[in-house]
Design a protein around this ligand. Structure first.
Ligand SMILES: NC(=O)C1=CN([C@@H]2O[C@H](COP(=O)(O)OP(=O)(O)OC[C@H]3O[C@@H](n4cnc5c(N)ncnc54)[C@H](O)[C@@H]3O)[C@@H](O)[C@H]2O)C=CC1
Ligand SMILES: O=C(O)CCC(=O)C(=O)O
Ligand SMILES: [Mg+2]
Length: 390
């Protein structure tokens, strides 16, 4: 019986345990998805990624194929990586939750695999509505402290939408906010869901966003918030953003209310091309789907869940149950996520080669999937990408 449960008890796991330390992101420069392919200078290869090649000369990467369309789009990535001779070997793991002490949790082998390999590629995981296990996507992000979710979104050459030259980068706080999962019944008919904002989590994602802007050459960081209404929670996020901005004098900082940001982006997204947008969890979730809509849909947008140790790369989209198992899914979003992963692993040459072939295939428009108005099956599109790598 959760009625009347004290909020302070519920907040305990998230409480700041140690005195505040200045959070310094270890890296960001690798995540340059969409960058024009060019030889990457050695100095830009940041030594953050801790994975080491095995005796077979390959990095091990954890693969979570996921639900719904997950296995189909994962197969495309595997086929294209094989064709491109990417020096990785996949370690496939299962995330089906197990009940331990009455609580559902992801299998220990899966946790061990990601910890051992430092990097994972993940297909979408379905979450039951209402009752049922908690989101495994969120569980993975929390388990590995993947505090920043980087979600770039760029117009695809050759695929016309009402918006030309979209080039947004959104960084979503990934461990708390509206997604803290702290909910309880106050009395019958009244429930409370707590939006938790902490200085620690806010500061690390904000520092990451400023560092990212500096590294990729975006002159501005904009915090998206609703501190007019959520005066304390978004208010704290915003005030930390202002504080952190002082440590980055070469990056301009401003802020925008969430509702106005939505209006402005769908009216004309181009003024956002020089910015990195940073925001609490739920706003980032919604805005990233909205941005995907500007360029042709969820089949096209990648993301990286970044932590100090491990990182998990996944598409923005979900398991798409409406098209699952039919060979209709567009694997581009997961493929571009895998490109972000290769950049993160300093495997730039393979990343550039595959990315160029993806964009060529999309620009040709001959072998594209149904979501983009084509007739190609998932595997036919993947085969066209492979042909374009030759
Ligand atoms: N990170 C993750 O693993 C995420 C998981 N989910 C889960 O996915 C399940 C389904 O959620 P929905 O709201 O239906 O969102 P969804 O993203 O799965 O699908 C929304 C719409 O986009 C289309 N779509 C998505 N990916 C596509 C692709 N690669 N190619 C072509 N069309 C694509 C779908 O067919 C559908 O019409 C839910 O259980 C949800 O919890 C949702 C979002 C993210
Ligand atoms: O975990 C889920 O069910 C949804 C997550 C989601 O929408 C996202 O990560 O963008
Ligand atoms: Mg989402």
């Amino acid at each position: 019986m959760l009625a009347g449960r004290c909020a302070a008890t519920a907040l305990q796991p998230f409480a700041r345990q140690t005195p505040r330390q200045l959070y310094r992101p270890a890296f960001t420069t690798q995540l340059r998805t969409y960058a024009t392919p060019s030889p990457t200078p050695e100095k830009e290869k940041v030594a953050h990624f801790k994975g080491k090649k095995g005796s077979d000369g390959k990095f091990r990467v954890t693969l979570i194929e996921g639900d719904g369309i997950g296995p189909e789009i994962s197969q495309s990535v595997k086929d294209i990586f094989t064709a491109a001779s990417v020096p990785i070997s996949w370690e496939s793991v299962d995330v089906t939750p197990r009940i331990i002490d009455g609580k559902s949790s992801i299998p220990q082998e899966t946790i061990d695999s990601v910890k051992r390999n430092y990097v994972a590629l993940k297909g979408p995981l379905a979450t039951p509505i209402g009752k049922g296990h908690v989101s495994l996507n969120l569980t993975l992000r929390r388990t590995f402290n993947l505090f920043a979710n980087v979600r770039p979104c760029k117009s695809i050459q050759g695929y016309k939408t009402p918006y030309d030259n979209v080039d947004t980068v959104l960084i979503r706080e990934n461990t708390e906010g509206e997604y803290s999962g702290i909910e309880h019944v106050v009395v019958d008919g009244v429930v409370q869901s707590i939006k938790l904002i902490t200085r620690e989590a806010s500061e690390r994602v904000l520092r990451f966003a400023f560092q990212y802007a500096q590294d990729v050459g975006r002159p501005k960081v904009r915090a998206v918030h609703k501190a007019t209404i959520m005066k304390m929670s978004d208010g704290l996020f915003l005030s930390i953003a202002k504080e952190v901005s002082k440590d980055f004098p070469n990056v301009e900082f401003d802020a925008e209310l969430l509702d106005n940001a939505c209006l402005k982006i769908v009216s004309d997204p181009t003024p956002y091309n020089d910015k990195v947008l940073v925001m609490p969890n739920l706003y980032g979730d919604i805005l990233s789907d909205m941005c995907a809509g500007l360029i042709g849909g969820l089949g096209l947008t990648p993301s990286g869940n970044i932590g100090d140790e491990c990182s998990i790369f996944e598409a923005v989209h979900g398991s798409a149950p409406d098209i699952a198992g039919k060979g209709l899914a567009n694997p581009t979003a997961l493929l571009l996520s895998s490109i972000m992963m290769l950049q993160h692993m300093n495997l730039y040459e393979h990343a550039d080669k595959i990315q160029a072939a993806i964009f060529k295939t999309l620009a040709e428009g001959k072998t594209i999937t149904g979501d983009l108005g084509g007739k190609a099956k998932t595997h036919e599109y993947a085969q066209a990408v492979i042909e374009n790598m030759k």
